[in-house]
Ligand binder design. Structure first.
Ligand code: UD1
Length: 318
């Protein structure tokens, strides 16, 4: 049994990792400052983990959190492109300074490996598709820059201190427990909930924008593989975490119409600043070096997600 620290444990991805680790019988410590994470995400597992309310900007708290830990899964972040455009300093603090704190604490505690929630936004708007890891990054938003900077810190800590690090460039992860309620919420969470409630969703742009939407189980599996893959295969490296397929926003809206029973139309609004047009991953490196496989495709993932939100909408006892 190994000991894992999940940062951002009350977030959508963090809380999914906590559950998966508990299912495998691992020992889990979690930290969150509840800036975007929610206590409800951990409700039924809270008494099975060592949870601490802490901020990754608090280095002392990070030193305490890393003590005795084998693996750190670093998910804590302010995960939003538009938010970072509005407040680049806050994005930089959480998404860069916070990461450096986690790395320092992990290094000092002699943690075996740190797996990092990097972002596909690092690729930016390069016309080449699919995006592969050897491409030169071309970030657009402050969020993308911060995520890329943290990725480089991961590499640096491996090179300078021998701390094993693996960065997973997440491509639009979605699924149960993703918060649908904020204007900055991921599009699938937002649309699912809006359409189930009969509210009209808004597509920014003409709807031809495409994404490699990746169901959460795939990201969880990538994290677990990144912990156990031999260091020679993955330490100090970056991998795409995606499905290798993409859907446009228009296609997504149509699929959600079927699944939610929404009868209305969609509204179109101007494109969002900092957005990229198309995103699609080459997942060959993760397959080769981590043994990664796509466990759940987009259609099945969307079905499971809508089912989950349906249950959330249902009145208690219904
Ligand atoms: C980006 C990153 C992703 C990162 C995520 C964190 C890319 C390719 N991906 O996702 O790696 O983890 O930020 O937030 O850069 N949209 C609508 N209507 C809405 C909401 C969104 O049309 O109500 C559109 C957006 O304008 C965008 C697309 O849907 O074109 C996806 O948006 P979103 O779900 O916010 O994620 P990204 O910004 O792509």
């Amino acid at each position: 049994m190994a000991k894992y620290l999940v940062t951002g444990a009350a977030g959508f991805i963090g809380s999914s990792l906590v559950r998966a680790l508990l299912e495998r019988g691992e020992q889990v410590r979690g930290i969150d400052n509840f800036s975007t994470g929610r206590r409800e995400n951990l409700t039924e597992v809270l008494n099975r983990i060592d949870f601490r309310e802490a901020d990754i900007l608090d280095l002392d708290a990070m030193h305490q959190a890393c003590a005795g830990v084998d693996y750190v899964l670093h998910e804590a972040a302010i995960p939003s492109v538009p938010k970072s455009v509005l407040d680049p300093l806050a994005s930089n603090r959480a998404n860069v300074d916070g990461t450096v704190n986690v790395l320092i604490a992990a290094r000092d505690a002699k943690v075996q490996r740190v797996v990092y929630a990097a972002s596909s936004s690092a690729y930016g708007d390069t016309p080449t598709l699919p995006k592969h890891e050897a491409m030169i990054p071309n970030p657009i938003s402050p969020y993308a820059v911060a995520k890329l900077a943290s990725e480089l810190y991961m590499v640096s800590f491996y090179r300078c201190y021998g701390l094993e690090t693996v960065s997973l460039r997440y491509f639009n992860i979605f699924g149960p427990r993703q918060d649908p309620s904020s204007p900055y919420s991921g599009v699938l969470a937002k649309f699912s909930m809006q359409m189930l409630r009969g509210e009209q969703p808004t597509i920014f742009g003409d709807g031809t924008t495409s994404r490699d939407f990746t169901y959460i189980d795939n990201a969880v599996s990538a994290n677990l593989l990144a912990c156990t893959a031999p260091a020679a295969e993955c330490a100090g490296r970056v991998f795409n975490c995606a499905t290798g397929a993409r859907s446009t926003l228009n296609q997504t809206f149509d699929a959600l119409k079927q699944l939610t029973g929404y009868q209305g139309s969609v509204k179109y609004a101007p494109e969002r600043g900092g957005d990229i047009k198309h995103s699609l991953a080459d997942i060959a490196q993760a397959q080769k070096h981590l043994g990664y496989k796509v466990l759940v495709n987009f259609e099945d993932g969307l079905r499971r997600t809508v089912e989950w939100y349906k249950n959330q909408c249902r009145p208690v006892g219904a």
